[in-house]
Design a protein around this ligand. Structure first.
Ligand code: ADP
Ligand code: MG
Length: 270
């Protein structure tokens, strides 16, 4: 009991001075021990979850993704019935639309509420499962992932058939079906998934299991990165325009020669 060990001398001195009954002293020490334990547990789970740093719901701009309901996402992280039932979350959108951020943020919120989460790039996880299969330990490896209430498979679309020829990914999806939740992020919705699973029948079977009980987030917006870069380039160009107006002739020429805003925005166009 590290907290009790750390705090008892101070608490006992205070209890003596203020005349606390023994019961109050014990309760105060035990409560602190419990709450610090919980904090340490959350820190351990956060470290094990491999979430992207700093991607929280508070840092997510819901206005940038009009198809995504903030209330819905908040309700999901508050309510646990979907996790108990092993329901899934699927997020689709082009690169930069915020899928990884959203998934990481959902993971973060769930860990704060005592759940266990693991986030991985799907191709890394598939590779790990392939190695296990070669060692005839696929079932055990999949069972190890059972301790996670939510498994986030980021970038499913980047897995290729040759990587998944042994169908380890399908076995993972089947094993968790209606028991343990999966969140998937993918650039392509289901139509492109034929390239991921070994054959069409398995693609259909995988999709069937994933969507049977699922919430789907359609994040069809332009890349947040591109928009942010564009906004920065535009404001830079505004600043330089303002500066141009105040500068004497000669310096305007220099500023134009640098043509930084133009370069930036032409990079963004491509
Ligand atoms: P994706 O996984 O869809 O390719 P990311 O989640 O990696 O996109 O987002 C790209 C970058 O833009 C990240 O730094 C992310 O934090 C940021 N970002 C994307 N969407 C939003 C958003 N709606 N609000 C705040 N930041 C966002
Ligand atoms: Mg991503």
């Amino acid at each position: 009991m590290p907290t009790v060990a750390r705090l008892w001398p101070e608490f006992c001195t205070r209890a003596d001075k203020e005349g606390w009954p023994a019961e109050r002293l014990l309760a105060a020490l035990c409560e602190l021990e419990l709450s610090e334990r919980e904090q340490r547990r959350i820190q351990r789970h956060l470290a094990a979850a491999r979430l992207p740093q700093g991607k929280t719901l508070d840092a997510f701009d819901f206005l940038a993704v009009p198809t995504l309901s903030q209330a819905r996402v908040r309700a999901l992280v508050e309510g646990d019935s979907w996790l108990q039932a092993g329901h899934n979350l699927l997020a689709f959108g082009p690169p930069g639309s915020g899928k990884t951020h959203l998934a990481g943020a959902i993971g973060y919120e769930l860990i704060q509420r005592g759940y266990r989460v693991l986030m991985a790039r799907t191709s890394d996880l598939v590779q790990r499962l392939q190695v296990a299969r070669q060692d005839l330990a696929l079932t055990q490896e999949i069972a190890k992932l059972d301790k996670f209430d939510l498994l986030i498979l980021d970038d499913l679309s980047y897995v290729r058939k040759d990587q998944a020829e042994t169908s380890a990914l399908f076995e993972l999806i089947s094993a968790r079906y209606e028991r343990r939740s999966i969140m998937i992020t993918a650039n392509q919705p289901f139509s492109g998934w034929d390239a991921i699973f070994p054959d069409r029948a398995m693609t259909i079977a995988a999709i069937d299991r994933l969507v049977h009980h699922a919430t789907i987030f359609e994040m069809n917006v332009e890349s947040y990165r591109r928009r942010a870069a564009y906004a920065a380039a535009t404001s830079l160009s505004d600043i330089e325009d303002d500066r141009d107006k105040q500068q004497p002739e000669k310096e305007i020429a220099t500023a134009k020669d640098n043509s930084r805003p133009a370069t930036l925005s032409s990079e963004i166009e491509t």
